[in-house]
Design a binder for this molecule. Structure first.
Ligand code: SF4
Ligand code: SF4
Ligand code: FES
Length: 256
């Protein structure tokens, strides 16, 4: 019988695409089965200017170290699953172009860590449940009374425009996990939950605004925000997160 070589990192020479530059990726590793061994691990990876940072992580996992653990799905900035702290700032790995890191003739090192404020499960994977608990708590769905209409609920373009920005949220958690208030105390609802409350509070078809505002008037609600804009800077969808929070505060102080 002819032996077949197994496809493992030890028997396959990792490919180096023509025109690529070798960069160092420093990953903060954590394995719950050996927590004392947590720390930085470096990998040398070839990068093309057209690569996304996610491609480099996939390269490590495919060719250098299959134990590296991270989430990703769409690879196109839509699913929100690959939020991580890249060079100290929250970003989606699939939206970071390597051309923005590469510098002619210079050695490039990029650090990557899990987003902060949520329990780390392994390497770059965090437990998102506390984040989704806060999201669910603000009732992020249309609330209406009376019988179901027999046709669509009509809304003017101006009324639709009122909450257009906050419809773009992909629940990646980049905002909430860049918020210093959330880092200090995870009981704060966090910007993403408030953004998703905003999306319905200002929807002219919705009747649950008072209920949501009441929830956000809580000690862990919008008043905890210190307007530091970290969340707005972190949002990969360009949502004016802090502005949305201010609008919810104003709705509480006056009336929507
Ligand atoms: S603006 Fe508010 S919600 Fe956003 S990061 Fe700062 S404190 Fe957190
Ligand atoms: S508001 Fe932006 S950063 Fe926050 S969860 Fe939504 S898409 Fe992500
Ligand atoms: S993999 Fe879906 S947003 Fe990056």
């Amino acid at each position: 019988m002819t032996a077949t070589a197994e496809f493992t990192s030890s028997t396959v020479n990792p490919p180096v695409p023509p025109g690529s530059t070798m960069v160092t990726i420093k990953v903060y590793r954590f394995n719950p089965e050996d927590p004392d061994a947590a720390g930085w691990q470096s990998y040398k990876v070839p990068a093309l200017p057209s690569d996304r940072f996610l491609n480099l992580l996939l390269y490590i996992k495919g060719y250098l170290d299959g134990t590296l653990t991270f989430r990703r799905s769409c690879a196109h900035g839509v699913c929100g699953s690959d939020a991580m702290r890249i060079n100290g700032v929250n970003r989606l790995a699939c939206k970071m172009l390597m051309k923005d890191f590469l510098q002619e003739g210079k050695e490039v090192t990029i650090t990557v860590e899990p987003i902060r404020g949520l329990p780390v499960e392994k390497d770059l994977v965090v437990d998102m449940e506390p984040f989704f608990d806060a999201f669910r708590a603000v009732k992020p769905y249309l609330i209406t009374s009376g019988n179901e209409p027999t046709r669509e609920r009509i809304q003017s373009p101006t009324d639709r425009e009122r909450f257009d920005d906050t419809t773009k949220c992909i629940l990646c958690a980049c905002c909430t996990t860049s918020c210093p208030v959330y880092w200090m105390d995870g009981s704060y609802f966090g910007p993403a939950a408030i953004v998703n409350a905003h999306r319905f509070i200002f929807d002219s078809r919705d009747e649950g605004a008072a209920e949501r505002l009441d929830i956000l008037n809580d000690v862990d609600g919008v008043w905890r925000c210190r307007t530091t804009f970290n969340c707005t800077d972190a949002c990969p969808r360009g949502i004016q997160v802090t502005k949305a929070i201010q609008e919810v505060k104003r709705a509480l102080l006056f009336s929507r």
